[in-house]
Design a protein around this ligand. Sequence first.
Ligand SMILES: Cc1ncc(COP(=O)(O)O)c(C=O)c1O
Length: 383
Amino acid sequence: MKIREDFLPLSKPSVGEKEINNVLNCMKSGWITTGPSCKEFEDKFCELTGASHAIALSSATAGMHIALLALKIGQGDEVITPSMTFASTVNMIAIRKAKPVFVDIDYDTLNIDADLIEEKITSNTKAIIPVHFAGVPADMDKIIKIAKKHNLLIIEDAAHAVGTYYKGVHAGGFGHIAIFSFHPIKNITSGEGGMITLSDEKLQKDLSLLRFHGIERDAWKRYGKGGNPEYDICQPGFKYNLPDMLAALGLAQLSRLDEINRKRAEIAAIYMKGLKDVTGLELPGIAEYSHVNANHLFVVKVLSMDRGLFMEKLSEYNIGYGLHFPACHLLNYIKEEFGTEKGMLPETERAAKKIISLPLFPDMKNDDASYVCEAIKEILRKY
Ligand SMILES: Cc1ncc(COP(=O)(O)O)c(C=O)c1O
């Protein structure tokens, strides 16, 4: 086959006139840091998820940090989570001096295996952090049942889950804390950014204080006409707020969510059809429960050749790729600090050696996806 001349990246944000105009208007408005656009972004996120409150942040990592802090999870506590996640999830548990307790995944879907959670619960367990992997929801009914039985908190890592539904409920709509990411690779982006959704009013207040220096009122209200610039601080906080310039970008993206996710689904469907029954390759498994997949990533498993060589060959065909994710329990500091080791999580380790993410983004053309399918078939045939 003929090799394409231009490089097809793993991902590229879909930034059009709407995004550019929103950001320009914000820049011209005279208020570019956290303010009305941020508030609108939060309100729209409540509408999407069904949560009562939303808190916009500089990143999902910041959200996980203050969520763990506000929930008083720290030294001596254990937090159950999959090892097949971005290190951010686990880093924040470690930063809080709590212990990540890893649960194996379902090999096909790469999502946490909810049936293996209960055996990992001890008297020190405080919370479960399921990750809605690649846009497919974790099995929330099972997780909520276990959490209720053992009086545990749930924090959904919904970084991949804008547009993800589980049995008709959007991620973040289960009454627990959920944390979304707007990093440029994500389904919608604000450049960088994140959002916590939740339904507990007291917690919402605590998190809002932690987001911004511990100061109660928003700056745009303090500095508006007739505003009172005085403030007091009752507890220290971080500087994790989302500027309006970025919220304006996020709002434009959110208004296009259906279009964006429809296109992602179209590309994923081309991969599913074009790569079906290809020897040496495994396609993503489909979760058995009713759900809507936001198609954040398209992760295949390479069985018949060395993954490093496969990546090299993809590069020769001008195709980008990603690795989501190296297993967290085998990262150096996790092994050293928490005594994790090879062999602990057989399904995670079996998958982690073979996974590779294929290009998937809303502005990708159907022909791009067909090209990837043909290239993969040729590579696997030849090597
Ligand atoms: C599963 C998961 N959790 C958390 C994060 C952190 O998101 P952010 O980059 O917004 O901090 C990511 C980002 O890639 C992620 O993939």
